[in-house]
Structure formats: C-alpha cells, structure tokens
Design a protein around this ligand. Structure first.
Ligand code: CTP
Length: 418
C-alpha cells in the first residue's frame, strides 16, 4: 500500500496560499487604516512578505510603528528616505513587489493615481511600477457620497481601463455616522481577493455547484435530527472554486459560516429542500461537488405540534422514510451521463477508508470520490483526503481545509482537461 493510504495522513503543514509572494501594502489617509493592521497580519499569516508604504495622511490614522511591528520591516513614508543606497525607494520597492495593494485607497489617492501624480512616495511608486509585471490592486474606502460622486466613479472606471484591479467596497455603517457603500472591505475579504488574484484560473468558464453542511430533519417544530458536519470543507471548496475563476453556487445546510466572497449561496434546512434547490441548478452547472452530509432518512410524518410526554413513560415511535440520494440522482441524470456535468462525491467514513471510498464511488457512479475520516475532521480546520478515481487512489496529506480545497479544485480541473 503506498504511504498515505492509511488514516494517518500527517505531514508538515502545507505553505500558505501566498507563500513566496512579496507585497507592497500601501496605506493612504482614511479611517479604514485601522483595518490595515489586521490585513497586514493576515497577508503574512498566509505566507506573504509585506513591505508597508504609508502616506503622510495615513500616518495621521495609524502609526508606522504599528505597521513596522506587524510587518517585521521598517515602513517607508518618504521618497527622500536615505536608507536606500541609491535614494530611490520608489524604484527599488516597486521592482521587488509581486503586487502593490493600496488599502485603504482614499478618494484623493484615486484622483492622484488617475493623473499620474508623483508628489509623495506611494503615488510616485505606483507611477514608477513596471505596469506589465507589477499589478496594482486598489481597495477603495470613503464616505458613500464621495464614492457615488461622478468624479470618483469616473476615476475608478479610468483606473480600471488603465489596468488597475479595483476591488469592491463594503456597505453599512460608516465612521461619519452615515450608512451606505464605501467601507473598505474587511481584512479577511481583502485576503480572499488577494489570494484569488494570484490563483491560476483553472476553472474559468465553469459553473460549479457545491452542497455543504449537515441537513436537519424535523421531528416536531422544536426537535430534529442532524449530524456533526460543520460545512467547513464545502465552504472551502466553494471558495477555492471561485478563486480558480468559476461561477459558484453553494447550497448550504444549517451552518453559521460566512459566505465565501463572490459565491452565490442558498440556505436550506432539510435533505428534501436541498434536493429541490439542487435540481434546477444542476441543469446549469458543469461541475457538481457534493460535500454535504445529507441525512439518509427523514421522519415519515413530522408532528405539526410539539410532541408532549403523556405520563406513561413510553417514548414516541418514529417512522422513517429514505431521502433522495442527491449525488446519485444527479450523477445518473442525462447531463452527467453525457459528460456535460462532472460529479464529485465525498465520503465521511469512520474506518476502512479506502475500501469504503472505492465501493461508494462505484455505487454512486461518480468519476471522482473524495474520502475522509469523519470523526477526525468534523468541526476542525484541517483534514486529510483520499481522492479515488478509476485509476486508483491519491492521498492529499493533512493540511488546512482551504489548502486541500485548492488542491482538489486543481485536481478536478486537470481531470476536466483530459
Ligand atoms: N449524498 C447525497 N444525498 C444523500 C446522501 C448522500 O447527495 N441522501 C452524498 C453526499 O453529499 C456525499 C456522498 O453522497 O457526497 C456520500 O455520502 P455518505 O453519507 O458518505 O454516503 P451514503 O450514501 O449515505 O452511505 P453510508 O451512509 O452508508 O456510508
């Protein structure tokens, strides 16, 4: 048996998704600078090295000391910084970067970029960057009226046309007390965008449908039967597919996880609702990934009112009916059988993973089945997977669910090419 086909897939943790990337994180002046501290940490935690450059206005909101401590590098704030031997930090810093991310990017800084202004280090460096090889990502942050103003909208459109990647904005309460569009995206959302930016678009043009989480089968209005699935693996798969360029729809059972950026999410509760949601979507999808832990049975006639104790000590007797096997039904549809829809199943087992996974792949008639040990992974942020297809087994050693999801997506893309 090749190594890794046991249930112990332990190995060194995989490098983060931004390993090997060097980013310049530019801060222009805005209250959202307070989020840039968290963003800097998140980028570094994901494997990037980060060089911070701040405008004078940014330093009014957060100190270079904070950003130096978080990035582990001296912060640059001036084009006259004598630390560079050639006294050209705008050239040196932009040549070293895999990308420049300006977060927050103020309305004023957008206007400066648009005109190619170069009167302080950050705008000078953006202008001096090799435009073909050093991408510029902008995370706008401003009051809703400033964002909606035709001047800002014109600037955003022109900067996009000039090759900058303008990231979205958040909506909600603003520091000025108003409510609307213009908040800088949250650090975890910006991190997702940066990872997506660097992810090869191996699923471009694909429509991916993912089921995730547990289902909940009602017994009466206050009780039900569910399982320990956290939905984390399915959400990670949906995120990875979107980062790989796919349009993604996620049908989620009852979980309280944030929706991955750019993913369309439909919440359902029962297996029957999941099946109703999946059927029309499977008509549009080109890839179906069934990660959900769907209940095999539901209560035959759930009580309309809470079942009360009758004092006799006798427990109620429940009758069950089998739920539709969503994966098997979709895999048996004409689109799947004709190769228009590539189906991937998951199997959460407690033992004999390889044998169960191989048998389940044949039973469900799917080209690819992903096995994992349920009790060892439910609710955790890491996992180990066993990919089973007609050629055999391929273990993916223990890593974060997000890392594994990226590897699975790459593996699906490879299979679709063949
Ligand atoms: N699945 C599904 N609909 C069901 C049951 C399972 O779509 N009603 C899918 C799951 O999302 C997963 C795969 O089928 O992709 C395997 O699920 P699992 O519960 O491991 O398999 P079962 O068929 O229920 O087999 P068993 O419980 O006997 O192991």
């Amino acid at each position: 048996m090749p190594p890794g086909l046991t249930t112990d897939f332990s190995s060194d943790p995989a490098p983060g998704p931004l390993a090997g990337k060097h980013l310049v994180l530019g801060l222009s002046g805005g209250i959202a600078c307070y989020k840039s501290a968290e963003l800097c940490r998140a980028l570094i935690k994901s494997g990037a090295t980060v060089q911070v450059v701040m405008t004078e206005a940014a330093a009014q909101f957060i100190t270079p000391v904070t950003m130096q401590a978080l990035s582990g590098r001296p912060v640059y704030t001036s084009q006259w910084d004598g630390r560079e031997a050639n006294n050209m930090p705008h050239i040196n810093l932009s040549r070293q970067a895999d990308a420049i991310l300006v977060a927050p990017c103020s309305a004023d800084f957008l206007a400066k970029l648009l005109h190619g202004a170069a009167d302080e280090l950050l705008s000078l460096m953006c202008l001096a960057r090799p435009i073909e090889s050093t991408p510029l990502l902008l995370a706008p942050a401003m009051n809703r009226e400033m964002l909606a103003h035709p001047a800002t909208q014109r600037n955003l459109a022109q900067l996009t046309a000039d090759g900058a990647c303008v990231l979205g904005v958040g909506s909600g309460y603003q520091a000025c007390g108003e409510t609307g569009d213009g908040r800088m995206l949250e650090p975890d959302e910006l991190l997702e965008e940066v990872i997506a930016f660097f992810t090869p678009k191996v699923l471009q043009g694909q429509h991916v449908l993912v089921t995730a989480g547990p289902t909940y089968e009602a017994i009466d209005p206050v009780r039900g039967i569910t399982n320990l699935s956290s939905g984390k693996m399915g959400f990670a798969v949906a995120r990875a597919a979107r980062q790989a360029g796919a349009e993604v729809t996620l049908v989620a059972g009852p979980v309280s996880l944030p929706t991955p950026r750019g993913v369309v999410r439909l919440d359902v509760r029962s297996a029957e609702q999941m099946w109703q949601a999946v059927q029309p979507l499977a008509q549009q999808a080109s890839i179906f990934i069934a990660t959900a832990a769907v209940a095999d049975w539901r209560v035959a006639d759930a009580a309309a009112q809470k079942i009360k104790k009758d004092g006799s000590g006798a427990a109620p007797v429940l009758q069950f009916v089998e739920n539709t096997d969503i994966l098997a039904s979709v895999a048996d549809s004409p689109r799947a059988r004709s190769g228009q829809l590539f189906c991937v199943g998951f199997a959460a087992e407690s033992h004999d993973l390889q044998a169960h996974a191989e048998a389940k792949r044949l039973r469900k008639k799917v080209p690819l089945l992903v096995g994992n040990i349920g009790p060892a992974t439910f609710g955790r942020d890491d996992n180990a997977l066993l990919l089973v297809d007609a050629q055999g087994c391929h273990p993916l050693p223990r890593a974060s669910k997000q890392t594994l999801a990226g590897q699975l997506v790459a593996s699906i893309a490879q299979r679709m090419k063949n």
